[in-house]
Design a protein around this ligand. Structure first.
Ligand SMILES: [Zn+2]
Ligand SMILES: [Zn+2]
Length: 319
């Protein structure tokens, strides 16, 4: 049995069957990918900057007709994708097939897996450049990373190099975006919307033949998120609890209240997320990039404010 199903969780049991969500209170959360849907949401990393061993850095995969579209590449992204491919049989998540990614913003917790995503799949045989979409600064980040690994690239592509026959696999085509439709192919239309964070930042809506999926990235509550969803099938949203925020010690000895003030401007509490979800009306709400004292606290805190269907996202869950 999948280890996720054996782990005790005080959460909702959510079964997504076709496009119908059935939820019941239970000590276990048993995520089920939609049986009739060809689109799958795979949570590769639900964590935050905190180095929590079982919650990798923020990364989500939308898989449509055997193609994976990543959103964010926090630490551990390639290994989590590999684990998902091995554990769920979603072969589009094999490392060499990771070829398209979108980034919500350039904070390090969402991007320190960028070098991993550029280089690890190449060493395993990816032959094509990585296509990446995101805010201004993405091109520079890409070119700086490639320069940082110049010794590696030169060694692997010189006359003696074991990757000289596929010298394009480490390259990055970085596309700096503005709000609107930023990508379209036969599987998916991807629309970016501006969010409210500490820097230029975007959420994304994916429209596939059978589902609509919205992912917030890091943001304070915004009307743009509500407008992007509007009855969407799945809303994946960041969150934290006020209790966690009150109890959190300041990192690095910063003055008291430093992070709380940052968080009030740039992140979302359970109360605020409940209000967003009540207006946006997703069929399923997935909480990710969360901070709380315990999962139980997050669960009960959210239930106090929101009566719709929601689940606490865990790494390698598939919806
Ligand atoms: Zn951020
Ligand atoms: Zn973040």
């Amino acid at each position: 049995m999948n280890h996720h199903l054996t782990r005790l969780r005080v959460m909702l049991t959510a079964m997504v069957v076709g496009s119908v969500v059935v939820a019941a209170h239970s000590a276990e959360q048993s995520p089920r990918a939609s049986q009739s849907s060809s689109t799958k949401v795979v949570l590769l990393g639900t964590g935050t900057p905190a180095a929590t061993p079982d919650r990798s850095g923020p990364a989500t995969a939308i898989v449509v007709n055997d193609t994976a579209y990543l959103v964010d590449f926090g630490p551990g992204v390639v290994r989590r994708a590999s684990a998902a491919a091995a554990g769920t049989g979603i072969m589009a998540l094999q490392p060499t097939r990771l070829q398209i990614a979108f980034v919500t913003h350039l904070h390090s917790d969402h991007t320190v897996g960028f070098a991993d995503l550029i280089f690890s799949p190449w060493t395993l045989g990816r032959r094509v450049p990585l296509e990446v979409y995101g805010p201004r600064g993405l091109k520079e980040m890409s070119s700086h990373l490639i320069e940082a690994y110049r010794v590696d690239i030169d060694t692997r592509t010189n006359a003696d190099g074991n990757q000289r026959s596929f010298p394009d696999g480490y390259k990055v085509n970085a596309h700096e975006i503005i709000a609107g439709v930023v990508y379209k192919d036969t599987n998916v239309t991807v629309t970016a919307f501006a969010t409210k964070h500490a820097m230029e930042s975007y959420g994304y809506r994916f429209d596939t033949p059978d589902r609509s999926i919205v992912i917030s990235g890091d943001t304070n509550p915004t009307q743009a998120t509500v407008d992007a969803c509007r009855g969407c099938d799945v809303l994946i949203h960041e969150v934290h609890t006020s209790a966690w925020l009150a109890a959190r010690p300041e990192a690095g000895g910063a003055p008291p209240g430093t992070f709380r003030r940052f968080s009030e401007k740039y992140h979302t509490t359970t109360e605020q997320l409940a209000e967003i979800a009540q207006r946006a009306k997703p069929r399923l709400l997935i909480l990710y990039h969360y901070n709380s004292l315990t999962p139980e606290e997050l669960q009960s805190d959210m239930m106090k404010h929101y009566s719709g269907q929601f689940v606490i996202g865990r790494d390698l869950d598939v919806y």
